[in-house]
Structures are given as structure tokens and as C-alpha cells.
Design a protein around this ligand. Structure first.
Ligand SMILES: Cc1ncc(COP(=O)(O)O)c(C=O)c1O
Length: 509
């Protein structure tokens, strides 16, 4: 967020924000001459059974592994951790921020539990992450759904429009306590958070934004605005995804809105229910340091953005590949695009995206974020400026080999784009998710699962958007889609009873 314009206020602001108080306090404790006769059992040294850990990680990592409630770090009031949390809240424009050590998955469960302490009616984007659905089950919420717009050709779900949200709130049989939306999407499409917040607020509901992919928003004028400053009440962000902290570290922000006083105690209770009592110090220190870097990263982000413009031009200039994000703005729910994601149409290879993703990794050592039938998605970390010559050369090699193989054999190869069916329509929700999840269940063969009520949340992964929710009727299209994803080279279905989805867990009749 912008620093003050007055020079002396700016200097003192910079002196504060250029520190990482939690990480600094951790470091001071780690280098002190201490003897640890407490958890963690490795005691910060490589003696005895911990020699292997030191060989692998180095001794400093062990000595930084300091447990919670430690004097001088986070015990008592006005601690370095409190200061680090306050600096994070200021950096993202929040009233209050929590460090999360179990990812945005924890933030989503926490948000759902907080809703549950205030009411049960919730309207959720149907393409919610599975962790929010888990939260709905845990909190016993009654979800109504708002469908995102879908690019049918590429099987991509975008975001929702204010009008569709208004209709979904009006259609819910209960009073709606909260709305849950995902923006940016898995493919980098950004929804109009300000307008969506107004619609939720008009209905007396607070807005939860799952911005797992948007922790870098707002840190440069050429990036989309942070949802926290766009009027959302609760915002969840995986700082580990693009913003530079360690895997599993994330943030939950409480916006400075008219709903904040009501939600804050609910969030506090929900945090206690979802956090470990032994939160990992490395993860929290990595958020503190990532925040310090982000607030001062204008030039690195500008360099990264210049590089991305070059990469985009390289892809568009190639004869065979095409960036899908150029078409996103034609969808009426999309108001902006995250430049750090490059969804590339790879149909020219003659293979589906899952097969291409797997071959890129196995044969070329190139790892991309995710795939659909027609696309691979490249993700660039904030402030990074990689080259993609290696990726494009690998794609060319795969395309030429595939062309040669197709010329020799029948064209019914098992991994052509057409083998993954289109994104299926969700079945009707006929039970509350919690009732279905905790009810008596049985396993049935796939052929007998059609028309039965699912007990499980089943999500093609990545990206982890559930295609079936607990309480929803299972339909034929969904079975075929999930089986095809599971059979594809890099596909995986989270929550399935067996890897090939031969059986489904359903509510016992
Ligand atoms: C939209 C969305 N929300 C939440 C999550 C969970 O994030 P994490 O992996 O940090 O737990 C993901 C993960 O991919 C996601 O895509």
C-alpha cells in the first residue's frame, strides 16, 4: 500500500516497514547461547539422532525452529509477533491480519467456521476450493450457489457478476450471513470485488474473498488492486503461491469495513479451532520477510512485469501457441487479469494439457502449475524474471514427436485433447453437506452411483474445484469427467474412494 507523501513521515514509515520483527526476534533467539530442554526434541542441535537433519538442512534451520509462546518473540503483549502482524495488516490494507501455517485451506475453514457462529445461510461460488466446502461441512452451513461464467471451449471457470450474485442471494431460502467468492481465478481472471462487496453488503451479508492466488495484488500500480482495499470483509491469501513465502504459509485479513466488529470475535474463535498449538516458526518468519520485501519491491516487480510482457509477446509470436488470457476480458465477470499467470493453449501439440504437463516434467525437467484438456498454465513468482525458451523448445519437441507418432499410428491415441470431456454441470444439492458427510454411507460401483447422493467432495486436482459436493446428486457426466481426469497422465481426483473412480461413496438408502 502507498507510503505517506510527507518526506519525514515517509522515512519513519520506511524504517518501520523495512524490518521483519518476528523473523529478527527468531534469529536473535536462535543465535543466543541457550540450552533447549523443551520441544522440539531436536533441541536446535545436530547431536544424537538429529545429525541427519543437520546434514540435510544445516544447523541454522534447526536453531530457528523455536516453539510458540517464547519470551521475546510471541509471549505476552506487544511482542515482535504482534508487530509483524500489524505490519502485515498495514501492508495489505487490513484492519487485522492472522498468519496461517496451514495454507489458505486453513483460512477457508476458518472463514466458514466464523460464518457458522453468526448464521447458517451462505452463498458460495460453485467453483469454490475444496477447503471451503470442508468448512461448510464442519460448520453445518446451508450453501446456495452462484455459478461462475465458464469458458466451455477450454473448460475454465472464471468469476461471478454482481447480477448473478444478487440473484443467488435472493434465491437462497435462508437469510444469507456471508458470501464466499474466489478471485483471482485459477487462470488469473479478476472479478469486480468492489461491486460484489456492495451487493453482499446491501443484503446484510459479509463478503469473504478467497484470494489464494492474489497475495501480490496491490503492490504495484500495474497490478490489480488488493481485494482487502476493494471492500471485502474477509480475505484469504496464500503468500506462498506467488508472493515469496514458504509453502503452506498464508494470511487471513479482516477488512476495515462496517462488518468488522461483528466478524472479528468469530474469526478469533475459528482461528483457535483451526491452528496448531505448535505453529511453525519458519513459515511465519517467511511471511514476515516476504512482507518486508514486497513493500519495497516496486523496481523488482516492474522488472518482472517487463519480462512478462516480453514472454507474452514470445508466446503470441510463436506460430503454434496462444495465450488464453487475451480472450478473458470478453467474459462479463472479468475486470482485470493477473499478468503473472500465462495460460497457454497447447492444442497444436495434438495432446491434452495433462499429457503435455507430464511430458514437460518427465522428459524436459520443466514444471508448470496446472493443465486442462487444452491448456497448460505457467505461473511466474512475483519479482522473478525467468526465460521460457526452454519451455517453448520442449513444447516444440513434444509437438513434432507427437505429429510423427500420429502419422504412423491410428489417431485414437489415448491422450488427445478430445479424451477429457467438458467440465460437467453440478448435480442438485438434495441434502445439507454436513448431513450427507456424517450420515450412514456405502460404496457403490460407478455405474450404480448415478442419481445417488455423494458423501464425498470430489475434486479434479489441480486446481481442486470440487465437481461433486457432499449432499449433491451424482450424474453420469460428472462420473465420466472425473474418470477421464483420473486416467489422464497428470490428473488426480481429491477425495475419491479409489484412484480410478471405479466406486463412489454415497449416502445409504
Ligand atoms: C482458490 C484456492 N483457495 C484455496 C487454496 C488452498 O490454498 P493452500 O494450498 O495455501 O492451502 C487453493 C489452492 O490451490 C486455491 O486454489
Amino acid at each position: 500500500m502507498p507510503s505517506p507523501s510527507d518526506p519525514s513521515a515517509r522515512a519513519s514509515h520506511q524504517a518501520r516497514t523495512s524490518r521483519a520483527p518476528y523473523a529478527d526476534a527468531l534469529h536473535a533467539a536462535a543465535v543466543r547461547d541457550s540450552q533447549f530442554l523443551c520441544t522440539p526434541g531436536h533441541a536446535g542441535t545436530g547431536s544424537g539422532v538429529s545429525a541427519g537433519l543437520v546434514d540435510f538442512f544445516g544447523e541454522h534451520i534447526l536453531s530457528l525452529d523455536i516453539p510458540p509462546l517464547f519470551d521475546g518473540i510471541d509471549l505476552g503483549t506487544d511482542t515482535p509477533k504482534d508487530e509483524a502482524l500489524q505490519l502485515a495488516a498495514e501492508a495489505w490494507g487490513a484492519r487485522r491480519t492472522w498468519f496461517l501455517t496451514n495454507g489458505s485451506s486453513q483460512g477457508n475453514r476458518m472463514a466458514a467456521l466464523a460464518v457458522g457462529t453468526l448464521g447458517t445461510g451462505v452463498v458460495t461460488q460453485r467453483s469454490a476450493h475444496s477447503s471451503f466446502i470442508d468448512g461448510i461441512v464442519l460448520a453445518g452451513l446451508h450453501p446456495g450457489f452462484v455459478s461462475p461464467s465458464v469458458d466451455e471451449v477450454n473448460g475454465i471457470a472464471h468469476g461471478v457478476t454482481p447480477d448473478s450474485l444478487r440473484r443467488a442471494i435472493a434465491a437462497h431460502p435462508e437469510e444469507v450471513t456471508a458470501v464466499y467468492l474466489v478471485t483471482p481465478s485459477y487462470f488469473g481472471a479478476v472479478a469486480d470485488v468492489r461491486a460484489l462487496a456492495e451487493v453482499a453488503h446491501e443484503a446484510g451479508a459479509f463478503l469473504i474473498v478467497d484470494a489464494a492466488w492474489g497475495a501480490h495484488f496491490g503492490f504495484h500500480p500495474d497490478l490489480p488492486a488488493s481485494p482487502v482495499t476493494e471492500g471485502a470483509d474477509v480475505v484469504i491469501m496464500s503468500t506462498h503461491k506467488l508472493a515469496g513465502s514458504f509453502t503452506q504459509s498464508a494470511l487471513l485479513h479482516l477488512g476495515d469495513t462496517e462488518f468488522a466488529d461483528r466478524i472479528e470475535p468469530a474469526l478469533e474463535r475459528a482461528f483457535m479451532m483451526t491452528a496448531s498449538t505448535s505453529e511453525n516458526a519458519h513459515l511465519m518468519a517467511s511471511i514476515d520477510i516476504a512482507r518486508r520485501e514486497l513493500v519495497d519491491a516496486h523496481d523488482e516487480i516492474a522488472a518482472s512485469l517487463d519480462n512478462i510482457r516480453h514472454l507474452r509477446a514470445q508466446i503470441e509470436g510463436s506460430e503454434h501457441y496462444h495465450l488464453l488470457s487475451g480472450d478473458f476480458m470478453s467474459f462479463n465477470d472479468v475486470v482485470d487479469i493477473d499478468p503473472f499467470r500465462l495460460p497457454i493453449d497447447i492444442t497444436s501439440t495434438g495432446l491434452d494439457g495433462h499429457a503435455v504437463r507430464k511430458r514437460l516434467a518427465q522428459e524436459h525437467g520443466v514444471y508448470v502449475e496446472m493443465a486442462t484438456a487444452t491448456t497448460i498454465v505457467v505461473l511466474i513468482g512475483l519479482g522473478k524474471s525467468p526465460e521460457i525458451t526452454r519451455l517453448l523448445a520442449a513444447l516444440d519437441e513434444i509437438r513434432l514427436e507427437q505429429g510423427a507418432a500420429a502419422a504412423e499410428s491410428s489417431p485414437t491415441s489415448s491422450s488427445r485433447a478430445s479424451d477429457i470431456p467438458p467440465l460437467p454441470q453440478a448435480g442438485a444439492l438434495v441434502r445439507l453437506p454436513r448431513e450427507a458427510f456424517f450420515g450412514e454411507s456405502e460404496l457403490v460401483p460407478a455405474a450404480e452411483a448415478v442419481g445417488r447422493i455423494s458423501v464425498s467432495s470430489l475434486a479434479a486436482y489441480p486446481p481442486g474445484i470440487p465437481n461433486v459436493l457432499p449432499g449433491e446428486e451424482i450424474n453420469q457426466e460428472t462420473i465420466e469427467f472425473l474418470q477421464a481426469v483420473a486416467a489422464s497422465p497428470s490428473g488426480h481426483v481429491r477425495g475419491s474412494a479409489d484412484p480410478q473412480l471405479r466406486q463412489f461413496r454415497v449416502v445409504k438408502e
